[in-house]
Write a protein that binds this ligand. Structure first.
Ligand code: DAT
Ligand code: MG
Length: 149
């Protein structure tokens, strides 16, 4: 089993899309491990997006990510890092296929509503950055034997 970090960004929260995004992850069969509704500081977001520190949009991105509440979550499932990236669509909603979260729900690259870890290594780093051990709930969904062979 893999875990990944997912956040509904401030634009997704403001647009009332938390429920829609949770629904897609739940109905795919992923297990929610941890969740919190919070507003991070600009410095926190600078750390989260450290990989992008040399990009021209880095400062604006971190400022935006700290401008309002985000729904931060850890989800678990077989192959989840890759599967969630496919569910997100492309970074630019304009390149995202209909049926994907970004392809269905947003338009602009700077307002693409959701974050999902892009590799297993980054998922581990982001999960550790956003959540403490005591924030996780250990539970087994009752449908588990019908979802996995
Ligand atoms: P992703 O969120 O698909 O993993 P990323 O990690 O490359 O994409 O970039 C992080 C966020 O930065 C992305 O969700 C939106 C913003 N961003 C990326 N490229 C951008 C660009 N060319 N102009 C403005 N914002 C951009
Ligand atoms: Mg990324």
């Amino acid at each position: 089993m893999e875990r990944t970090f997912i956040a509904v960004k401030p634009d997704g929260v403001q647009r009332g899309l938390c429920g829609e995004i949770i629904k897609r992850l739940e109905t795919r069969g992923f297990r929610l491990c941890a969740a919190k509704f919070m507003q991070g500081s600009e410095d926190f977001m600078k750390n989260h997006y450290l990989d992008l520190k040399d990009m021209p949009f880095y400062a604006g991105l971190c400022k935006y990510m700290s401008s309002g509440p985000v729904l931060a979550m850890v989800w678990e499932g077989q192959n989840i890092v890759k599967l969630v990236r496919m569910m997100l669509g492309e970074t630019n909603p304009a390149d995202s296929k209909p049926g994907s979260i970004r392809g269905d729900l947003c338009i602009n690259i700077g307002r693409n509503i959701i974050h999902g870890s892009d590799t297993l290594e980054n998922a581990k780093r982001e999960v550790d950055l956003w959540f403490k051990a005591e924030e996780f709930v250990n539970w087994t969904p009752c449908y588990q034997p019908f979802l996995y062979e």
